[in-house]
Design a binder for this molecule. Sequence first.
Ligand code: NAD
Length: 305
Amino acid sequence: MTNETSIKKVAVVGAGAVGSTIAYALLIKNLVAEIFLIDVNVDKEHGEVLDLGDAISFTETGNIVNGTYADARTADIVILTAGVAQKPGETRLDLVTKNKAITTSIITEIGGFKPNAIVLVVSNPVDIITYLVQELSGLSHAQVFGTGTCLDTARLRTNLGHRFSIDAKQIEGFVMGEHGDGEQVAWSTVSVAGKPISEMLSTEEMATITDEVKNEVYEIIKEKGATFYGIGMVVTDIVEAILLDQNKVLPISYRLENYNGVDAVCMGAPAVVGAVGVVKPWPVELTQTEKDLFINSAETIKKYL
Ligand code: NAD
């Protein structure tokens, strides 16, 4: 395992609710030397940099600055959060046309990345935007991936942690598929501190929890307009896995090749994440019903590619 955090630079493109919260979470975790915050809305970008800069004297991060696309070309990790977010009642797939156009213009303006850079996609619909960035960036598929179902998996762990009064960190398992309405809790992968979930929940309870996890986004957006704290920690966890070369298994969105019946699509599934980005897929054996749902989810995404 390597530890080269002191020399690492991260560019966060999009200084909205998600981008600025990611920058804040990165500051608190002391993970990087310098953060560039980049947004077309220069006032918003400047205000966020001033506000976040007030936190600098409390962290090991040397600097957070207003960045340019030229700065993104020098970054070790580029985090894409720019674009429109869901409004109440909208699905993530409703954002596809606008966010494809915005992301294409950003990748074109950046015009190239450091040879070993990792590009982490957060903008929704994250599976489709990840595929697009893989096509446009000139980087290998291992270097470009999205947050996938990491946030949904975090929601599942919180949900089950509350239900069983167990530390959420001791809930293992994955939400898989589209980061959106097509996702599923892959219950066959779930355990609570070593106990298989099938010994703890009925099929009806599992179905209820799946709906709660899937619909939490709509509840948050209805009540407070946007989701940003959870994704802030998700991204920080991924950045840590990259910078500390942790080989952590995370349900990111990456290019699946013959994985549980799915091919040539980016979608949430467990993979080993380290300094090179996607080190390798993490093979989990789904049940036939889970596999069918996973394949259906991929078919939905393919229609938008
Ligand atoms: P927001 O509207 O608060 O911020 C978006 C920012 O992007 C704005 O500041 C806007 O000026 C900027 N922007 C637009 N075009 C740009 C361009 N060409 N270059 C640079 N910046 C540009 O939205 P948000 O709440 O921060 O959400 C951002 C994205 O993250 C959305 O697509 C949202 O759906 C997504 N999201 C993903 C997850 C996940 O789990 N992957 C979770 C939450 C939100």
